[in-house]
Design a protein around this ligand. Structure first.
Ligand code: C5P
Length: 206
């Protein structure tokens, strides 16, 4: 069984992906971490985020087993990730790795921006998870503040809007709802309500 979850930044798709994977006994890949890791490697190597060739090399070297959540989770890396994620060479280098993950014998949940449209178009269940930009900024702000990040709410909202804009309007694999994906708007839901709604969608599709 393959579950594809897409949606904009801080829509709750990562948390949902994790819980759905646990519920059905599937492996889980947060594909945003891949793009974050590519950006991180460029920054570490002192290369500009505009260097497509270097970014593609970094993408080809990624190993899903060694992604370090803690370093990659910050707001800065999210913004940097959405820049390198627009490069066709980076996206192409990450396709096989994501499809290989989806083909794991136990089945898998992948969450990202183009899972239902490009990476796993034949997924058994597809969800497009969204929420208003203000609500997403609110959630992300609380999460970052609880980790001691000094970022303000307005900065988080501006970052989310800028990322939505870049992710939706890029030429390759833009963020969009697959035709056969179920829409889950979590603006007025807490995580438990969103999880129950997501399970109902997956059960109905499989
Ligand atoms: O989901 P997350 O916020 O970790 O993603 C970081 C960035 O990586 C996104 O803003 C997006 O540009 C990019 N991304 C992508 N395709 C995916 C997952 C993430 O382009 N499947």
């Amino acid at each position: 069984m393959i579950v594809a979850i897409d949606g904009p930044a801080a829509s709750g798709k990562g948390t949902l992906g994790k819980r759905i994977a646990r519920h059905y006994g599937l492996a889980h890949l947060d594909t945003g971490l891949l793009y974050r890791a590519v950006a991180y490697q460029l920054i570490q190597a002192g290369k500009p985020l505009t260097d497509e060739a270097e970014a593609a090399i970094a993408a080809r070297k990624l190993d899903v087993e060694t992604l370090d959540d803690e370093t990659l989770r910050g707001a800065e890396m999210g913004a940097a990730a959405s820049k390198v994620a627009a490069f066709p060479g980076v996206r192409a280098a990450l396709v096989q790795l994501q499809r290989a993950f989806a083909a794991r014998p136990e089945g898998a949940v992948l969450d990202g921006r183009d899972i239902g449209t490009v990476i796993c178009p034949d997924a058994d269940a597809k969800l497009f998870v969204t929420a208003s930009a203000e609500e997403r900024a609110n959630r992300r702000f609380k999460e970052l503040a609880s980790r001691g990040d000094p970022i303000t709410f307005d900065e988080v909202l501006a970052d989310i809007r800028a990322r939505d804009e870049r992710d939706t309007n890029r030429a390759v694999s833009p963020l969009r709802q697959a035709e056969d994906a179920a829409l889950l708007d979590t603006t007025k839901m807490d995580i438990d309500a969103a999880f129950r709604a997501a399970v109902a969608i997956v059960d109905a599709a499989t």
